[in-house]
Design a protein around this ligand. Structure first.
Ligand code: MG
Ligand code: MG
Ligand code: MG
Length: 305
């Protein structure tokens, strides 16, 4: 019986590349693993897979009765609906510990660093398994994506060291230029529907008795959204209704100015204002220096509920 390896819903590059890189490692260690995904890949991930000649992992949303490893999450809200009927053999992640529990012992690699692929790189080193050139290139891209080319406060020395080592394996000299190329691909939002944009990097979180949705779009220049805000707000309202959510927040992150414009649709805007000690104007606010949802947004929202 094969074991499946996958990341969170609305998969980002870390989730897709992590499924691929961890599957290769596990297969070298004698297991039989298949990388899968829970949803469509983003243009950024497509760029990475094309660049290194990798196949898109197969789409699989049901795992009842299967053995699985999960990557880049441990929250039930980001898991397949039947995850509790699967056997979780292990977790490789770099987020807060979520609300998933297991009935059997598991392998748990969760560290407060910039990217799940850095955690997986450490697992390769731990097991003394050589990383193939193409997989090293993809892992490097995933780390540059998650750490916003080392600018995110989630980035650690362990991540920068991992990127340097992976760049040497992949034969990539100017990895920062590759990172910029990737973020320019990520910034091409024209032509995408409002729903594609609000859910491209979107996660739901249980907070107290409420549920919140928080999306993020990282671009090199926020002006790409100038004519889109009304459509984005309209779709956020729909997302909120469909999910019975307390709030939907969208972070429009400018990676050059290093901050985020927050768009808010909420039952109670004052909770968002007190979380970030700010005043919303037209349900929006600029938060200087805010680049990371996991470190600079979620921990401040949680205590409000
Ligand atoms: Mg992720
Ligand atoms: Mg990640
Ligand atoms: Mg991210």
């Amino acid at each position: 019986m094969s074991t499946y390896i996958f990341g969170h819903t609305n998969p980002d590059s870390d989730s897709i590349v992590g499924a691929i890189s961890l599957s290769y490692l596990k297969n070298q260690l004698g297991e039989d693993c298949i990388p899968t995904r829970q949803g469509e890949i983003s243009p950024e991930t497509e760029f990475i897979l094309n660049k290194f000649g990798a196949k898109v992992p197969e789409l699989k949303t049901s795992y009842a009765g299967e053995n699985v490893y999960i990557v880049d999450f441990s929250d039930l809200a980001q898991a397949p609906a039947d995850i509790m009927d699967a056997t979780i053999l292990g977790i490789y992640d770099h987020h807060k510990l979520g609300d998933l529990t297991t009935s059997t012992p598991l392998e748990c690699w969760i560290r407060p660093i910039g990217c799940s692929n850095t955690v997986i790189k450490e697992a390769y080193d731990y097991h003394s398994v050589e990383i193939p050139k193409d997989i090293a290139g993809m892992m490097l891209c995933a780390i540059l994506s998650d750490t916003v080319i080392f600018k995110s406060p989630t980035c650690t020395k362990i991540d920068t060291k991992a990127v340097k080592e992976l760049a040497a394996i992949a034969g990539i000299e100017d990895y920062k230029a590759l990172g910029m190329e990737m973020f320019i691909v990520k910034s091409a939002v024209q032509g995408a529907t409002a729903r594609e944009l609000t859910t491209r990097d979107y996660k739901e979180f249980a907070m107290g008795s409420e549920k919140l949705g928080v999306g993020q779009l990282e671009v090199v220049d926020l002006s790409v959204f100038d004519n889109m805000k009304d459509d984005l707000f309209a779709d956020m309202k729909k997302l909120k209704e469909e999910g019975g959510l307390h709030s939907v927040i969208l972070l429009l992150t400018d990676i050059m100015k290093e901050g985020s414009q927050l768009l808010v649709v909420s039952d109670d805007e004052s909770k968002i204002e007190s979380a970030f000690k700010c005043k919303l104007k037209d349900s929006q606010v600029w938060l200087d220096g805010v680049l990371s949802r996991k470190k600079q947004v979620i921990p401040f929202l949680q205590p409000q509920f």
